[in-house]
Design a protein around this ligand. Structure first.
Ligand code: CA
Length: 225
């Protein structure tokens, strides 16, 4: 498995290269955006790890050009700015995952392995599916029964989480931390509201609802006979 790291901060880049090499990956490191982009487009990598703030080309531009070239290679973003807008923007731009600096190396390694496994396991690496509901992570499209569903970025992230963990009851606290990056506060109804809106888009008009409330516990996405 061949990985590309584009990171201009020398210590971080070398630390990542060393750690990932020791974990058994072939690793190339670019310390600036233009050469990083050139490598990303020509190097046939299994995974790209992109810093956001880079000289030459920033991470957003590299990602955009990689996707514009039709490359479906998984992309993990490293961002120093723990801002919701960054995450949303990254995911909308076609990043598969992101990690906020500073992070533990074990966390990075776990994300890398998950992304590579996802990439290798199925030919439709960017598709999540349940019954007639599908989510295309690369094209950022949701469909049910062949009909396009328009989702906001938050709704997309919420549906993606539900699909990835389908069949599992997800507590509101987990949804809050994964989708909103906030600690769950029982006074807020932001999750109920988002679920209600998502339901209206995903389930309304269908005889078999997929989003279910498990009272006192959370929400689960599953097809029930
Ligand atoms: Ca940087």
């Amino acid at each position: 498995m061949k990985l590309l790291i584009v990171e201009d901060e020398p210590k971080t880049g070398q630390y990542l290269r060393q750690g990932l090499s020791e974990a058994g990956f072939a690793v190339e490191l670019a310390q600036e955006g233009l050469s990083g982009e050139h490598l990303a487009l020509t190097g046939d990598f299994d995974l790209l790890i992109l810093d956001v703030m880079l000289p030459g080309r920033d991470g957003w531009q590299i990602l955009a050009n990689v996707r514009a070239a039709g490359l479906g290679v998984p992309v993990l973003f490293l961002t120093a700015r723990d801002a919701v807008e960054d995450r949303v923007r990254g995911l909308e731009a076609g990043a598969d995952d992101y990690l906020v600096k500073p992070f533990a190396f074990t966390e990075l390694l776990a994300r890398v392995r998950t992304l590579l496994r996802r990439g290798a396991s199925t030919p439709q690496e960017h598709q999540l599916q349940l019954a007639d509901l599908s989510l295309d992570l690369l094209r950022r499209r949701a469909e049910r029964a062949g009909k396009r569903i328009e989702l906001t970025a938050k709704e997309f992230a919420l549906l993606e989480l539900l699909l990835r963990r389908q069949g599992e009851v997800l507590p509101k606290s987990l949804i809050a931390s994964q989708v909103w990056d906030m600690n769950f506060d029982s006074d807020t109804n932001v999750i109920e509201v988002a679920i209600r809106r998502l339901r209206a888009k995903v389930d309304e008009g269908f005889t078999a609802p997929l989003i279910h409330t498990v009272r006192g516990m959370g929400y689960v996405l599953e097809a029930r006979a």
